[in-house]
Design a protein around this ligand. Structure first.
Ligand code: NDP
Length: 487
């Protein structure tokens, strides 16, 4: 028997800094984008948006109140009735192609601003978020004049004005998921970005203006939760599209009940990532890392519950810990960084409170020994070992770089444990056997399931959940169907 080689991950194997240097233009102050104009909020109030890695204020952003939202909905209604719904579908498609191309041209600038405002590593905003934003506009541009083929035997019609509220974890990508299909189908939009990440939405407003999109087709109102509530509750809104927490999703559903508004809800998750003993282990380790540490774990479909077959649990845990020791936590604008800044103080507090809860419940906390910047909001990649199904860190969405690890012996046990959650958004299965993939994925109640990979997104593929993860789908043909009336 050979002696295993001991790797010292605390060695001085460091990378030279590789800061992103593309210059970006950020105004001191951003106004609301209503009716194709940048206008001051009626209240005259602004809030600050901060870089979570440096704690520096980046810009001031307008705080829209009900009267501003009302103006935005009126602008959207006007554009819907007098311009957008009257355009030949092919012309709508041309605008969407134009928007997609301008985003591609300015991709690096968008990536830098996304990382500055939200804390995500530049590698992810550059290689994942922004390319997917352009891809969504391209994809739905193609459908604009083909709706009758998308829904054969029907007469697809636009719904009207869509009120859209998005979160802070994928700011521009969530905007693209919502705006592109809405516009392709002939609807107009009032969208509210999250309070902590409004900047790329305001940059998108510049793109829309440069693309000469007719005024009022897309209106962007910035603000906090109250602004979002004003958007979804406005009687002039025909369709509500929300991505965010299950808690707020429930509030919105209550408030629009009986209103005849159409809706889609993309809410939280607590996905099971299941590794069987016949899986390619090193590949699975990479998938586990990508599943939970991508975007600091601020991902609704994050693989935050790991289930490992007992026979390989020790080996896999050791490999996982070794790999976690190599992850670089730090400056989001450094191209070497794997895990950037936690989006806000509020979210860091929430994650840290779960770290305490997990230990109090009896789970074993393990963190990588990586260095963490003194300033800014950062969290080391974390494992909870020896967890039980009843632990809060297993049941509740933490939305941070924290992975709860459990073991199982049989396929049925894995499926039962995976389904023991109020959520049903996503999951992953790692095995060498195709038959096992089909058996397990058919039994897991989740909207998106990956096999031998994780966190892969494509505009052609529908995304959405069951149970407390929401209802309706975004992306693909299913996502298009949420923005048309077929009767
Ligand atoms: P929220 O649900 O609080 O926020 C999502 C969006 O809704 C934001 O734009 C928010 O505004 C807005 N909002 C807040 N309250 C209301 C309301 N009453 N009516 C209408 N809109 C409202 O999520 P958070 O951003 O606070 O994130 C907290 C948790 O949400 C996470 O820990 C995670 O569990 C979940 N989450 C899930 C996501 C997913 O993709 N499924 C994405 C992001 C979060 P503002 O930001 O200004 O408060």
């Amino acid at each position: 028997m050979t002696t295993p080689i001991q790797l010292n991950f605390n060695s001085n194997w460091t990378y030279a800094p590789a800061p992103e240097t593309v210059p970006v233009q950020i105004e001191d102050r951003y106004n609301l984008f209503i009716g194709g104009q940048f206008i001051e909020p009626k209240s005259g109030k602004y809030f600050q948006t901060t870089n979570p890695a440096t704690l520096e204020t980046i810009a001031e952003v307008a705080q829209a109140d009900e009267s501003d939202v009302d103006a935005a909905v009126q602008a959207a209604r006007n554009a819907y009735e007098n311009a957008w719904s009257k355009l030949p579908p092919k012309e709508r498609g041309k605008y969407l192609y134009r928007i997609a191309r301008i985003i591609q041209e300015r991709a690096r600038e968008f990536a830098v601003i996304e990382s500055m405002d939200g804390g995500k590593p530049i590698r992810e905003s550059r290689d994942v978020d922004i390319p997917l934003v352009a891809a969504h506009f391209f994809y739905y541009a193609g459908w604009a004049d083909k709706l009758q083929y998308a829904f054969p035997g029907t007469t697809p019609r636009a719904i009207g004005v869509a009120g859209q509220v998005i979160p802070w974890n994928f700011p521009l990508l969530m905007a693209a998921w919502k705006i592109a299909p809405a516009l392709a189908c002939g609807n107009t939009v009032v969208i509210k970005p999250a309070e902590t990440t409004p900047l790329t939405a305001m940059k998108l407003a510049e793109v829309l203006r440069d693309a000469e999109l007719p005024p009022g087709v897309v209106n962007i109102v910035t603000g906090a939760g109250a602004t979002g509530a004003a958007v979804v509750n406005h009687p002039g809104v025909d369709k509500v599209a929300f991505t965010g927490s299950t808690e707020v999703g429930k509030l919105i559903l209550k408030s629009i009940a009986g209103s005849n508004k159409k809706y889609t809800m993309e809410l939280g998750g607590k996905a099971a990532n299941i590794v069987f003993e016949d899986a390619p282990i090193d590949q699975a380790v990479e998938g586990i890392i990508n599943g939970i540490f991508f975007n600091q774990g601020h991902v609704c479909c994050a693989g935050s519950r790991l289930f490992v077959q007992e026979s390989i649990a020790d080996q896999l845990t050791r490999k996982l810990q070794d790999r976690m020791q190599t992850l670089i936590v730090g400056d989001p604008l450094d191209k070497n960084t794997d895990i950037g800044a936690i989006n806000s103080k509020e979210q860091l507090d929430r994650i840290e409170s779960y770290l305490k809860v997990g230990e109090q419940e009896g789970a074993t906390l393990w963190q990588s020994q990586c260095s963490v910047p003194d300033k800014g909001y950062f969290c080391r990649p974390t494992l909870f070992l020896n967890t039980a199904q009843s632990h809060r860190v297993v049941q509740e969405e933490i939305f941070g770089p924290v992975l709860a690890v459990q073991t199982f012996r049989t396929v049925d046990e894995a499926v039962k444990k995976a389904n023991n959650t109020p959520y049903g958004l996503s999951g992953g299965v790692w095995t060498d056997k195709g038959s096992k993939i089909f058996k397990v994925t058919n039994k897991i109640r989740a909207g998106v399931l990956w096999a031998n990979t994780y966190n892969k997104f494509d505009p052609t593929s529908p995304f959405g959940g069951y149970k407390e993860s929401g209802m309706g789908r975004e992306g693909g043909l299913h996502g298009l169907g949420e923005y048309v009336s077929l009767n």
